[in-house]
Design a protein around this ligand. Sequence first.
Ligand code: PHE
Length: 387
Amino acid sequence: MGTFRNSRRDLLSAMALAPLVGAAACKKKNNGIVIGAYLSMTGGEAEFGTSTRNGLQIGIEEINGRGGLLGQQIRLVVEDTRGDSTEAASAVTRLIDREGAAVIIGEVASSLSLSGGRVAQRRRVPMVSPSSTNEDVTRVGDYIFRVCFIDPFQGAVMARFAKELQVNGAAVQKVAIFRDEASAYSTGLARAFRETFTRLGGEIVEESSYRKGDTHFSAQLSGMLAKGPQAVFVPGYYTEVALIAREARAAGFTGPFLGGDGWDAPALFRNDDNKLVGSYFSEGFAPDHPTTPVGQRFVQQFSQKYRTEANGLAALGYDALVVAADAIRRANSADGTAIRNALAATRNVEGATGRISIDNERNAVKGAVILEVREDSFRFHRAIEAT
Ligand code: PHE
Protein backbone atom coordinates (compact mmCIF):
# COMPACT_ATOMS: atom_id res chain seq x y z
CA MET A 1 0.00 0.00 0.00
CA GLY A 2 2.77 2.33 1.03
CA THR A 3 4.65 1.54 -2.13
CA PHE A 4 1.59 2.16 -4.19
CA ARG A 5 1.00 5.54 -2.59
CA ASN A 6 4.60 6.54 -3.09
CA SER A 7 4.74 5.57 -6.71
CA ARG A 8 1.43 7.26 -7.25
CA ARG A 9 2.79 10.41 -5.65
CA ASP A 10 5.87 10.20 -7.82
CA LEU A 11 3.73 9.84 -10.86
CA LEU A 12 1.58 12.78 -9.85
CA SER A 13 4.52 15.02 -9.16
CA ALA A 14 6.14 14.00 -12.43
CA MET A 15 2.92 14.93 -14.21
CA ALA A 16 2.73 18.22 -12.39
CA LEU A 17 6.33 19.05 -13.17
CA ALA A 18 6.24 18.11 -16.83
CA PRO A 19 4.52 21.23 -18.14
CA LEU A 20 6.75 23.42 -15.96
CA VAL A 21 9.93 21.91 -17.32
CA GLY A 22 8.55 22.24 -20.82
CA ALA A 23 7.61 25.87 -20.27
CA ALA A 24 10.99 26.72 -18.80
CA ALA A 25 12.83 25.03 -21.64
CA CYS A 26 11.09 27.04 -24.31
CA LYS A 27 10.33 30.13 -22.24
CA LYS A 28 11.43 32.60 -24.90
CA LYS A 29 9.43 30.87 -27.63
CA ASN A 30 6.09 30.14 -26.03
CA ASN A 31 5.68 32.86 -23.50
CA GLY A 32 4.66 35.42 -26.09
CA ILE A 33 6.04 38.91 -26.31
CA VAL A 34 5.88 40.62 -22.93
CA ILE A 35 4.77 44.23 -22.69
CA GLY A 36 5.77 45.39 -19.21
CA ALA A 37 3.75 48.23 -17.73
CA TYR A 38 4.68 50.00 -14.50
CA LEU A 39 1.78 52.00 -13.10
CA SER A 40 0.33 53.31 -9.84
CA MET A 41 -2.36 50.73 -9.15
CA THR A 42 -2.69 51.70 -5.48
CA GLY A 43 -2.21 54.89 -3.46
CA GLY A 44 -3.14 58.52 -4.13
CA GLU A 45 -2.72 58.13 -7.92
CA ALA A 46 -4.42 54.73 -8.25
CA GLU A 47 -6.90 56.03 -10.81
CA PHE A 48 -3.99 56.92 -13.11
CA GLY A 49 -2.85 53.30 -13.15
CA THR A 50 -6.31 51.81 -13.45
CA SER A 51 -7.38 53.97 -16.40
CA THR A 52 -4.09 53.39 -18.21
CA ARG A 53 -4.18 49.63 -17.68
CA ASN A 54 -7.74 49.49 -18.99
CA GLY A 55 -6.70 51.33 -22.14
CA LEU A 56 -3.68 49.05 -22.58
CA GLN A 57 -5.87 45.99 -22.20
CA ILE A 58 -8.09 47.04 -25.09
CA GLY A 59 -4.99 47.37 -27.28
CA ILE A 60 -3.66 43.97 -26.21
CA GLU A 61 -6.92 42.20 -27.07
CA GLU A 62 -7.15 43.98 -30.40
CA ILE A 63 -3.61 43.03 -31.43
CA ASN A 64 -3.93 39.43 -30.25
CA GLY A 65 -7.28 39.17 -32.03
CA ARG A 66 -5.46 40.02 -35.25
CA GLY A 67 -2.86 37.30 -34.67
CA GLY A 68 -0.43 39.04 -32.30
CA LEU A 69 3.07 40.22 -33.23
CA LEU A 70 5.87 38.32 -34.99
CA GLY A 71 3.61 35.27 -35.00
CA GLN A 72 3.26 35.33 -31.21
CA GLN A 73 0.62 36.55 -28.81
CA ILE A 74 1.49 39.58 -26.72
CA ARG A 75 1.10 39.53 -22.96
CA LEU A 76 0.65 42.48 -20.61
CA VAL A 77 2.39 42.33 -17.24
CA VAL A 78 1.57 45.19 -14.86
CA GLU A 79 3.75 46.09 -11.87
CA ASP A 80 2.41 48.48 -9.22
CA THR A 81 4.57 51.52 -8.39
CA ARG A 82 2.24 52.65 -5.57
CA GLY A 83 2.93 56.18 -6.79
CA ASP A 84 6.48 56.03 -5.42
CA SER A 85 9.61 56.75 -7.44
CA THR A 86 11.82 54.16 -5.68
CA GLU A 87 9.13 51.55 -6.31
CA ALA A 88 8.99 52.68 -9.94
CA ALA A 89 12.68 51.86 -10.43
CA SER A 90 12.31 48.40 -8.89
CA ALA A 91 9.15 47.74 -10.91
CA VAL A 92 11.07 48.38 -14.13
CA THR A 93 13.92 46.14 -12.94
CA ARG A 94 11.43 43.33 -12.23
CA LEU A 95 9.74 43.73 -15.60
CA ILE A 96 13.07 43.43 -17.37
CA ASP A 97 14.79 40.76 -15.25
CA ARG A 98 11.92 38.56 -14.19
CA GLU A 99 9.41 39.01 -16.98
CA GLY A 100 11.74 39.56 -19.92
CA ALA A 101 9.75 42.58 -21.15
CA ALA A 102 10.52 43.59 -24.74
CA VAL A 103 9.11 47.07 -24.17
CA ILE A 104 8.32 49.02 -21.01
CA ILE A 105 5.20 51.18 -20.87
CA GLY A 106 4.85 53.77 -18.12
CA GLU A 107 4.75 55.63 -15.90
CA VAL A 108 2.05 58.27 -15.77
CA ALA A 109 3.61 60.63 -13.20
CA SER A 110 6.71 62.32 -14.60
CA SER A 111 8.80 61.92 -11.41
CA LEU A 112 8.23 58.17 -11.63
CA SER A 113 9.03 58.01 -15.34
CA LEU A 114 12.28 59.83 -14.63
CA SER A 115 13.29 57.17 -12.12
CA GLY A 116 11.95 54.14 -14.04
CA GLY A 117 13.34 55.56 -17.27
CA ARG A 118 16.88 55.56 -15.90
CA VAL A 119 16.62 51.80 -15.36
CA ALA A 120 15.20 51.12 -18.82
CA GLN A 121 17.88 53.29 -20.41
CA ARG A 122 20.69 51.57 -18.54
CA ARG A 123 19.35 48.16 -19.56
CA ARG A 124 18.74 49.21 -23.17
CA VAL A 125 15.08 48.26 -23.09
CA PRO A 126 12.90 50.83 -24.86
CA MET A 127 10.29 52.66 -22.79
CA VAL A 128 7.21 54.49 -23.98
CA SER A 129 5.53 56.76 -21.45
CA PRO A 130 1.87 57.17 -22.31
CA SER A 131 1.34 60.38 -20.39
CA SER A 132 4.41 61.82 -18.60
CA THR A 133 4.62 65.38 -19.84
CA ASN A 134 7.69 66.81 -18.05
CA GLU A 135 10.27 67.86 -20.62
CA ASP A 136 13.12 65.98 -18.96
CA VAL A 137 11.53 62.52 -19.17
CA THR A 138 12.69 61.70 -22.70
CA ARG A 139 16.02 63.44 -22.04
CA VAL A 140 16.95 60.55 -19.75
CA GLY A 141 18.24 58.85 -22.87
CA ASP A 142 17.72 57.57 -26.39
CA TYR A 143 15.61 54.57 -25.32
CA ILE A 144 12.91 56.78 -23.78
CA PHE A 145 9.85 57.89 -25.78
CA ARG A 146 6.41 59.31 -25.12
CA VAL A 147 3.11 59.60 -26.98
CA CYS A 148 1.73 62.72 -25.20
CA PHE A 149 2.51 66.44 -25.47
CA ILE A 150 5.04 68.13 -23.17
CA ASP A 151 4.57 70.68 -20.38
CA PRO A 152 6.14 73.74 -22.04
CA PHE A 153 3.29 73.42 -24.56
CA GLN A 154 0.62 72.51 -22.01
CA GLY A 155 1.63 75.39 -19.70
CA ALA A 156 1.55 77.89 -22.56
CA VAL A 157 -1.89 76.62 -23.62
CA MET A 158 -3.31 77.19 -20.13
CA ALA A 159 -1.59 80.58 -19.73
CA ARG A 160 -3.11 81.80 -22.99
CA PHE A 161 -6.47 80.42 -21.96
CA ALA A 162 -6.22 82.18 -18.58
CA LYS A 163 -5.33 85.46 -20.27
CA GLU A 164 -8.48 85.26 -22.43
CA LEU A 165 -10.75 84.33 -19.54
CA GLN A 166 -13.36 86.72 -18.19
CA VAL A 167 -14.26 86.49 -14.52
CA ASN A 168 -17.25 88.56 -13.36
CA GLY A 169 -17.05 90.59 -16.54
CA ALA A 170 -13.35 91.45 -16.12
CA ALA A 171 -10.36 90.08 -18.02
CA VAL A 172 -8.09 87.89 -15.88
CA GLN A 173 -4.90 89.74 -15.06
CA LYS A 174 -3.88 88.37 -11.64
CA VAL A 175 -3.32 84.67 -11.11
CA ALA A 176 -1.82 82.72 -8.21
CA ILE A 177 0.03 79.43 -8.66
CA PHE A 178 -0.15 76.58 -6.15
CA ARG A 179 2.19 73.71 -7.01
CA ASP A 180 3.48 70.44 -5.57
CA GLU A 181 7.13 71.15 -4.84
CA ALA A 182 8.09 67.46 -4.79
CA SER A 183 6.68 66.75 -8.27
CA ALA A 184 8.73 67.27 -11.44
CA TYR A 185 5.47 67.58 -13.35
CA SER A 186 4.00 70.23 -11.07
CA THR A 187 7.09 72.45 -10.79
CA GLY A 188 7.80 72.24 -14.54
CA LEU A 189 4.22 73.02 -15.51
CA ALA A 190 4.08 75.91 -13.03
CA ARG A 191 7.21 77.39 -14.62
CA ALA A 192 5.83 77.07 -18.15
CA PHE A 193 2.54 78.69 -17.13
CA ARG A 194 4.29 81.55 -15.37
CA GLU A 195 6.58 82.28 -18.33
CA THR A 196 3.81 82.57 -20.87
CA PHE A 197 1.34 84.32 -18.58
CA THR A 198 3.81 87.04 -17.62
CA ARG A 199 5.06 87.37 -21.21
CA LEU A 200 1.46 88.08 -22.21
CA GLY A 201 1.35 90.87 -19.64
CA GLY A 202 -0.37 89.00 -16.82
CA GLU A 203 0.78 89.05 -13.20
CA ILE A 204 1.50 86.08 -10.94
CA VAL A 205 0.51 87.57 -7.60
CA GLU A 206 1.80 84.65 -5.54
CA GLU A 207 3.37 81.26 -6.08
CA SER A 208 3.36 78.84 -3.18
CA SER A 209 3.63 75.12 -2.71
CA TYR A 210 2.39 71.98 -1.00
CA ARG A 211 3.57 68.38 -0.97
CA LYS A 212 1.78 65.28 -2.22
CA GLY A 213 0.00 63.65 0.69
CA ASP A 214 -0.74 66.96 2.44
CA THR A 215 -4.33 67.27 3.58
CA HIS A 216 -4.36 70.81 4.92
CA PHE A 217 -3.55 73.82 2.82
CA SER A 218 -5.15 76.74 4.64
CA ALA A 219 -1.88 78.38 5.72
CA GLN A 220 -0.67 78.75 2.13
CA LEU A 221 -4.13 79.48 0.78
CA SER A 222 -4.88 82.38 3.10
CA GLY A 223 -1.63 84.11 2.19
CA MET A 224 -2.31 83.51 -1.47
CA LEU A 225 -5.93 84.62 -1.50
CA ALA A 226 -5.03 87.82 0.37
CA LYS A 227 -3.21 88.89 -2.82
CA GLY A 228 -6.51 88.92 -4.71
CA PRO A 229 -5.99 86.46 -7.58
CA GLN A 230 -8.85 86.22 -10.08
CA ALA A 231 -7.94 82.61 -10.86
CA VAL A 232 -5.69 79.99 -9.24
CA PHE A 233 -3.51 77.66 -11.32
CA VAL A 234 -3.03 74.30 -9.55
CA PRO A 235 -0.79 72.01 -11.61
CA GLY A 236 -1.19 68.98 -9.34
CA TYR A 237 -2.81 65.55 -9.21
CA TYR A 238 -6.48 64.94 -8.55
CA THR A 239 -6.32 63.83 -4.91
CA GLU A 240 -4.77 67.05 -3.60
CA VAL A 241 -6.49 69.32 -6.15
CA ALA A 242 -9.97 68.26 -4.93
CA LEU A 243 -8.98 69.04 -1.33
CA ILE A 244 -7.35 72.34 -2.25
CA ALA A 245 -10.50 73.49 -4.06
CA ARG A 246 -12.66 72.70 -1.06
CA GLU A 247 -10.41 74.60 1.32
CA ALA A 248 -10.03 77.58 -1.01
CA ARG A 249 -13.82 77.87 -1.36
CA ALA A 250 -14.18 77.63 2.41
CA ALA A 251 -11.70 80.51 2.61
CA GLY A 252 -13.95 82.56 0.33
CA PHE A 253 -12.33 82.22 -3.11
CA THR A 254 -15.00 82.32 -5.85
CA GLY A 255 -12.97 82.42 -9.07
CA PRO A 256 -12.07 79.54 -11.38
CA PHE A 257 -9.27 77.06 -10.76
CA LEU A 258 -7.11 76.10 -13.71
CA GLY A 259 -4.99 73.00 -14.07
CA GLY A 260 -3.30 70.48 -16.32
CA ASP A 261 -3.76 66.83 -17.27
CA GLY A 262 -3.07 65.70 -13.68
CA TRP A 263 -6.69 66.59 -12.88
CA ASP A 264 -7.97 63.91 -15.23
CA ALA A 265 -9.47 61.26 -12.95
CA PRO A 266 -13.11 60.63 -12.01
CA ALA A 267 -12.08 61.00 -8.35
CA LEU A 268 -11.63 64.73 -9.00
CA PHE A 269 -15.33 65.39 -9.57
CA ARG A 270 -16.32 62.69 -7.07
CA ASN A 271 -14.31 64.28 -4.25
CA ASP A 272 -14.41 68.01 -4.95
CA ASP A 273 -17.82 68.56 -3.35
CA ASN A 274 -18.65 70.39 -6.61
CA LYS A 275 -16.14 73.11 -5.74
CA LEU A 276 -14.41 72.69 -9.09
CA VAL A 277 -17.53 73.01 -11.23
CA GLY A 278 -16.76 75.64 -13.87
CA SER A 279 -12.98 75.21 -13.61
CA TYR A 280 -10.81 74.18 -16.56
CA PHE A 281 -7.81 71.99 -17.33
CA SER A 282 -5.83 70.88 -20.37
CA GLU A 283 -5.57 67.30 -21.63
CA GLY A 284 -4.63 65.38 -24.75
CA PHE A 285 -8.02 63.80 -25.31
CA ALA A 286 -11.71 64.49 -24.74
CA PRO A 287 -13.89 61.35 -24.71
CA ASP A 288 -16.93 63.42 -25.73
CA HIS A 289 -15.01 64.88 -28.67
CA PRO A 290 -12.79 62.21 -30.27
CA THR A 291 -11.37 63.63 -33.47
CA THR A 292 -10.56 60.46 -35.40
CA PRO A 293 -12.35 57.19 -36.27
CA VAL A 294 -9.84 55.28 -34.10
CA GLY A 295 -10.66 57.60 -31.19
CA GLN A 296 -14.41 57.15 -31.71
CA ARG A 297 -14.05 53.38 -31.83
CA PHE A 298 -11.86 53.40 -28.73
CA VAL A 299 -14.42 55.40 -26.72
CA GLN A 300 -17.14 52.89 -27.70
CA GLN A 301 -15.04 49.81 -26.96
CA PHE A 302 -13.98 51.27 -23.64
CA SER A 303 -17.46 52.05 -22.38
CA GLN A 304 -18.74 48.66 -23.56
CA LYS A 305 -15.98 46.80 -21.76
CA TYR A 306 -15.67 48.83 -18.56
CA ARG A 307 -19.14 50.44 -18.25
CA THR A 308 -17.49 53.79 -17.65
CA GLU A 309 -16.29 56.61 -19.88
CA ALA A 310 -12.77 56.52 -21.31
CA ASN A 311 -10.42 59.40 -20.45
CA GLY A 312 -7.10 60.80 -21.61
CA LEU A 313 -5.07 58.28 -19.62
CA ALA A 314 -6.93 55.33 -21.11
CA ALA A 315 -6.57 56.70 -24.63
CA LEU A 316 -2.86 57.43 -24.15
CA GLY A 317 -2.31 53.96 -22.65
CA TYR A 318 -3.89 52.48 -25.76
CA ASP A 319 -1.77 54.75 -27.96
CA ALA A 320 1.48 53.82 -26.19
CA LEU A 321 0.69 50.19 -26.93
CA VAL A 322 -0.28 50.83 -30.55
CA VAL A 323 2.98 52.75 -31.11
CA ALA A 324 5.06 50.05 -29.39
CA ALA A 325 3.34 47.29 -31.40
CA ASP A 326 3.87 49.17 -34.65
CA ALA A 327 7.59 49.45 -33.81
CA ILE A 328 7.93 45.74 -32.94
CA ARG A 329 6.25 44.86 -36.24
CA ARG A 330 8.57 47.11 -38.27
CA ALA A 331 11.64 45.98 -36.31
CA ASN A 332 10.52 42.44 -37.06
CA SER A 333 12.30 41.50 -33.85
CA ALA A 334 11.88 41.58 -30.09
CA ASP A 335 15.43 42.89 -29.65
CA GLY A 336 15.61 46.09 -27.57
CA THR A 337 17.87 48.07 -29.87
CA ALA A 338 15.94 47.07 -32.99
CA ILE A 339 12.67 48.16 -31.35
CA ARG A 340 14.27 51.40 -30.16
CA ASN A 341 15.36 52.26 -33.69
CA ALA A 342 11.91 51.47 -35.04
CA LEU A 343 10.27 53.62 -32.32
CA ALA A 344 12.47 56.55 -33.30
CA ALA A 345 11.18 56.21 -36.86
CA THR A 346 7.48 56.23 -35.87
CA ARG A 347 5.45 58.23 -38.39
CA ASN A 348 1.70 58.76 -38.67
CA VAL A 349 0.50 55.94 -36.47
CA GLU A 350 -3.26 56.21 -35.98
CA GLY A 351 -3.97 56.34 -32.27
CA ALA A 352 -7.05 57.12 -30.21
CA THR A 353 -5.71 60.62 -29.46
CA GLY A 354 -4.82 61.35 -33.08
CA ARG A 355 -2.03 60.67 -35.54
CA ILE A 356 1.31 60.06 -33.80
CA SER A 357 4.79 60.84 -35.11
CA ILE A 358 7.90 60.77 -32.95
CA ASP A 359 10.26 63.73 -33.33
CA ASN A 360 14.05 63.99 -32.85
CA GLU A 361 13.60 64.45 -29.12
CA ARG A 362 11.53 61.25 -28.92
CA ASN A 363 8.38 63.23 -28.18
CA ALA A 364 5.05 63.13 -29.97
CA VAL A 365 3.82 66.38 -31.44
CA LYS A 366 0.24 66.72 -30.27
CA GLY A 367 -2.52 69.25 -29.88
CA ALA A 368 -4.44 69.81 -26.65
CA VAL A 369 -8.02 70.09 -25.52
CA ILE A 370 -9.41 72.15 -22.68
CA LEU A 371 -11.95 70.37 -20.52
CA GLU A 372 -14.49 71.95 -18.20
CA VAL A 373 -15.33 70.37 -14.85
CA ARG A 374 -19.03 69.61 -14.38
CA GLU A 375 -20.76 68.06 -11.39
CA ASP A 376 -20.23 64.49 -12.47
CA SER A 377 -18.02 64.61 -15.55
CA PHE A 378 -15.54 66.59 -17.64
CA ARG A 379 -16.79 68.14 -20.85
CA PHE A 380 -14.96 69.23 -23.99
CA HIS A 381 -14.59 73.00 -24.10
CA ARG A 382 -12.11 73.80 -26.85
CA ALA A 383 -9.34 72.29 -29.00
CA ILE A 384 -5.86 73.81 -29.43
CA GLU A 385 -3.59 72.90 -32.32
CA ALA A 386 -0.05 71.66 -31.83
CA THR A 387 2.67 74.31 -32.21
N1 PHE B 1 1.23 64.52 -17.23
C1 PHE B 1 1.26 64.05 -15.86
C2 PHE B 1 2.73 63.95 -15.43
O1 PHE B 1 3.59 64.05 -16.23
C3 PHE B 1 0.56 62.74 -15.69
C4 PHE B 1 -0.86 62.66 -16.15
C5 PHE B 1 -1.20 62.60 -17.51
C6 PHE B 1 -1.90 62.61 -15.26
C7 PHE B 1 -2.52 62.54 -17.94
C8 PHE B 1 -3.21 62.52 -15.66
C9 PHE B 1 -3.52 62.52 -17.01
O2 PHE B 1 3.04 63.77 -14.29
